[in-house]
Design a protein around this ligand. Structure first.
Ligand SMILES: C[S@@+](CC[C@H](N)C(=O)[O-])C[C@H]1O[C@@H](n2cnc3c(N)ncnc32)[C@H](O)[C@@H]1O
Length: 270
């Protein structure tokens, strides 16, 4: 069911929009104002209800994200969903590419990057969204891909939610772009290796893998942890450093994110 219907704001939202148009074009004088005052009042009220609903839903998603992090920090790996600025940075190479393209998003969470992808998805592009947490999968199904931006692509069967770990993907050379929200620093080295094996297998030759990491997080975690945790972070960090050295062709620092992050872009066959 679309987000607007779930919130019960669909018709009010449209009334608000119509009201704004009516106010803008039909109220040049006092008489007009008097005539349209109820519409004016209704449209402001409708807009207020619409935006309050959207803000409330974003807040609920945020709370669910934090709750899931508290329960499962090794899987979720972040205390806050990514900002739009980070979503834009991660999607930059896909957005600037020659289309049509096949895109995979891994670790979509509550969908901040997915939402942005919905706004740039081309007419012949396809998007697979891989997420392991069932509660996030529900949000993606009911509140994200049901939104208007995804309408035509969903109708044409070009958007697909894969509710399982990325390690279980079996394709070869399928995607032009893979955009990842996976928290590699929270994973064991063996999991990171397995995931990169899958990513390299499912990416087409010449394809681009984009992911983010928080600025300084690896260094801080390494310096603030002891024993097994410290050697886990060291192992993952040196694995990532080697990949970055050999395959990164672009990097962008995004300060409009909490915490600030690097969006990294890798190509494996160059
Ligand atoms: C740091 S959150 C990022 C969420 C979102 N993309 C964002 O940028 O806000 C990481 C997400 O990856 C998911 N995840 C963790 N391990 C995964 C796996 N093996 N396969 C697919 N998704 C996974 C988690 O459930 C979580 O939603």
């Amino acid at each position: 069911m679309p987000l607007e219907s779930r919130l019960g704001i669909g018709s009010i939202g449209r009334a608000g929009f119509t009201g704004r148009v009516a106010c803008g074009y039909q109220v040049p004088g006092t008489a007009g104002l008097r005539l349209h005052y109820p519409v004016l009042r209704r449209c402001w009220f409708a807009s207020y209800v619409t935006y309050t609903g959207i803000v409330a839903l974003a807040f609920v998603h945020h709370l669910q994200f934090i709750r899931r992090y508290v329960r499962d920090p090794k899987v979720v790996g972040a205390v806050a969903p990514s900002s739009r600025a980070l979503a834009v940075a991660l999607s930059r190479h896909y957005k600037n590419s020659d289309k049509p393209a096949t895109v995979l998003e891994v670790g979509a969470g509550t969908g901040p990057v997915t939402r942005y992808l919905g706004t740039i998805l081309g007419d012949a592009d396809s998007l697979d969204i891989c997420e392991v947490q069932p509660s996030f999968v529900k949000i993606l199904q009911h509140d994200v891909v049901s939104s208007q931006a995804f309408g035509p692509a969903v109708k044409a069967g070009r958007v697909n939610i894969i509710a399982k770990p990325v390690q279980q993907l079996t394709d070869e050379n399928r995607y032009d772009f893979i955009i990842s929200g996976l928290p590699f620093t929270a994973f064991d080295l063996s999991d990171v290796r397995d995931i990169f094996d899958v990513i390299r297998r499912v990416l087409k030759p010449g394809g681009v893998f984009s992911y983010f990491e928080y600025v300084g997080l690896r260094k801080i975690s390494r310096n603030c942890s002891l024993g097994k945790k410290r050697s886990q972070i060291r192992g993952v960090s040196s694995f990532l450093n080697r990949l970055i050295r050999e395959h990164q062709f672009d990097r962008e620092m995004v300060v409009k994110n909490f915490p600030p992050a690097y969006a990294r872009h890798l190509r494996f066959d160059s």
